[in-house]
Write a protein that binds this ligand. Structure first.
Ligand SMILES: Nc1ncnc2c1ncn2[C@@H]1O[C@H](COP(=O)(O)OP(=O)(O)OP(=O)(O)O)[C@@H](O)[C@H]1O
Ligand SMILES: [Mg+2]
Length: 367
């Protein structure tokens, strides 16, 4: 097979519109000059990266994202760099789960998303990858209307020598400020063992999955407290309630099966949590066709994104799809064609466009 050495520069893209930002990056919607297709470009400023992330974690992110291929994982087609930034050329999404008006989705639609999340995590674990930062902001709805996990900035290969997620030495009480560089922002979806400075494993991702399932059904985070300190305590002591707090309304009241599923995951001891296979076999997911899940019609989320969430209304306007008021039943549809955004080679293989790229260590080493 011939390998085309396709590399990009930022001049290959036009009509840059900011559509999101994270701790390390700004995300733009762009068009590729040679093919009139929209992409997202994740732009990570090298100066910021030097201050906040190790070269090791950048390398891990680059190595991982380019090789991942699954309906429920965001495709990253290529990566390139210039003097100031690192760029990931990615599939374009509508927005993350917090941008979505979840209350307008049916119970069944949400169950489909829940199943897609389970499948995505199952795939990652099968590939020996721990995500370690699963939260609604890191789950996108993309143009194919499937959900996709993004942001592998905290991910790690299980086979590698583990780097403990040290928030606090286990003997100390929970800190007021997180010291784990891999946990930025609020620890709402982080498992007790990670908060306690122990090593993350598959069960830690599964904890975060349960917290996300609670969020997508209710519209509220499972844990909430006025300070990070109290939040840490709640999580570490597994203090939660699956019923609405005073003054809260849930989008959907949680059915018995979902409560049963969540309570069997949200236990402090990671070894006692349900495994991915247990979750797939749980009565909450009864009737889900796991084998053909990605070939079924996903929920139509065309106009369910809240207008006031994103400061870039232009983006939302560009991306509106026709609304389907139809049924919520899952109709099997044929497998999607090999949807490479770039023209495939004669073998129809688009992997050659995924330029193997490793961040040069000297770029990230402290000056
Ligand atoms: N492909 C995409 N299409 C549309 N929006 C996106 C895309 N990728 C990211 N976003 C938006 O940008 C936000 C930040 O993206 P991402 O998580 O990749 O950045 P980050 O700097 O690694 O974030 P974090 O603060 O979680 O470390 C996402 O929550 C999402 O709203
Ligand atoms: Mg993120």
């Amino acid at each position: 097979m011939s390998h085309l050495n396709l590399t990009f520069t930022k001049d290959d893209f036009y009509d840059w519109i900011p559509i999101g930002s994270g701790s390390y990056s700004t995300i733009y919607k762009v068009f590729y000059k040679k093919v009139p297709k929209a992409f997202s470009l994740k732009v990570m400023n090298k100066a910021n990266l030097r201050n906040t992330r190790s070269s090791e974690s950048i390398k891990t992110e680059c190595d991982l994202v380019i090789r991942l291929k699954h309906t429920n994982i965001l495709r990253v087609y290529s990566a390139f760099e210039d003097e100031t930034s690192i760029y990931f050329v990615q599939e374009l999404g509508y927005g993350n789960l917090t941008d979505l008006d979840l209350s307008s989705l049916s119970f069944d639609d949400l169950r489909y998303y829940a199943a897609e999340l389970v499948e995505a995590i199952a795939y990652l674990h099968q590939e020996k990858i721990l995500h370690r930062d699963l939260k609604p902001e890191n789950v996108l709805i993309c143009l194919d209307q499937h959900i996709k996990i993004i942001d592998f900035g905290c991910a790690k290969l299980m086979a590698e020598k583990s780097i403990p997620s040290v928030l606090v030495p286990p003997s100390e009480s929970p800190p007021l400020q997180p010291r784990n560089p891999s946990i930025v922002g609020s620890p709402l979806y982080v498992s007790p063992e990670v908060l306690e400075g122990k090593e993350a494993d598959q069960a830690s991702d599964i904890w975060s999955l349960a917290c996300m399932l609670f969020y997508i059904y209710t519209g509220h985070p499972l844990f909430s407290a006025p300070t990070d300190y109290l939040l840490y305590q709640q999580i570490i002591e597994c203090q939660y309630s699956l019923t609405p707090k005073k003054g809260q309304t849930f989008h959907h009241s949680l059915p018995e099966e979902l409560c049963s599923l969540l309570s069997q995951i949200l236990v402090k001891d990671p070894t006692l949590r349900l495994s991915i296979d247990d979750i797939k076999g749980h009565p909450f997911f009864e009737g889900i066709d796991w084998v053909h899940l990605s070939y079924q019609e996903p929920p139509n989320i065309s106009s369910t994104f809240s207008n006031n969430v994103d400061a870039s209304p232009r983006t939302r306007n560009v991306l509106i799809l026709p609304r389907d008021h139809g049924s919520t039943s899952r109709t099997p549809i044929p497998p999607p064609p090999n949807e490479s955004f770039f023209p495939p080679d004669s073998n129809g293989d688009d992997t050659l466009f995924c330029v193997a790229w490793t961040a040069p260590s000297d770029v990230f080493d402290a000056a």
